[in-house]
Design a protein around this ligand. Sequence first.
Ligand SMILES: Nc1ncnc2c1ncn2[C@@H]1O[C@H](COP(=O)(O)OP(=O)(O)O)[C@@H](O)[C@H]1O
Ligand SMILES: [Mg+2]
Length: 317
Amino acid sequence: MQYVVETKGLCKYYGDVRAVDGADLKVPKGTVFGIFGHNGAGKTTLISILAGLTLPTKGKALVLGYDVIRESVEIRKRIGLLPEGFGFYDNLSALDNLIYLAELDGMDRNTARKRALEVLEIVGLKEYAKNKVGTFSRGMKQRLGIAQAILKDPDLIILDEPTVGIDPYGATKIRQLIVTIAKGGKTVIISTHLLYEIGQICTHAAIMRMGKVIMEGSLEELTKAIRDAYGYKYEIEVFDRSTLDLIKKDIENINGVDEIIINDLRIVVNSRYDIIKEIAKVLKDLRIEIKTFREIPPSWEQIYTILYEKSGGEVSV
Ligand SMILES: Nc1ncnc2c1ncn2[C@@H]1O[C@H](COP(=O)(O)OP(=O)(O)O)[C@@H](O)[C@H]1O
Ligand SMILES: [Mg+2]
């Protein structure tokens, strides 16, 4: 099975509200897959369908090869989920909460206790195992939520906005934890309304807007799509100012060049196409000593801006 999640034309309507509206998605095995979208984009609804908790109105979705309509019980058994607003018993300790959940899942008490301690260690809460959850910070509660999601050692873990409402330090710890979990060969799907979070920890992402997946792929594919649509940018830095005009003159002749900006000892080239090889050839043929030559990839801020414009100004940070 190449994809742990595969959806086609997936829809969920609530009356007139099209919460998910024809979503096509492919989540490759072993990835950290980000579902990005502003509030109301349909992330939670999509996750709820994938987790086998909500039936789609129409369309198809396979999770770990199981059909969300006919085999939701199999899916629920096999995945780990941190739903939006997951709550624990405040008066019970972290350990007892997890033991309780593990027993609900059918583990015997000893296994449940052993596994609960293991996952508490993974999420960095072992020393708080005996403390009541009511005394935990939001970040700690969320990490306990992730502990709960990995209790069964599932191959697919789905976390709905795991860092929402968490302070920056707590959020960083959660992101590190997600990366650690994924390094063990698991697939992790997270939803987020923070674009930079995708850049920080995801290998793949889908951009959702009004129930639709408007872009999907690996981060390389996504940045390439952005480049293909909005152009490439290169920067050349020289040692000797007098060489700038020579370089400029030759680069101007390359097909696709839109703009050349000279700034101090730097030349910035904007191009419609990928012309890195052509520029390299010009520099080689001119035999001019170059300090640096690189492509400037679009930053997440730029991608964000582009998506913001594409989506009619509705993407929130
Ligand atoms: N149970 C529900 N009943 C009616 N409308 C809903 C329900 N759940 C979600 N919606 C609506 O569906 C849309 C998508 O919501 P949601 O999936 O929660 O988005 P997100 O998680 O991206 O913020 C929103 O307009 C929301 O109000
Ligand atoms: Mg949500």
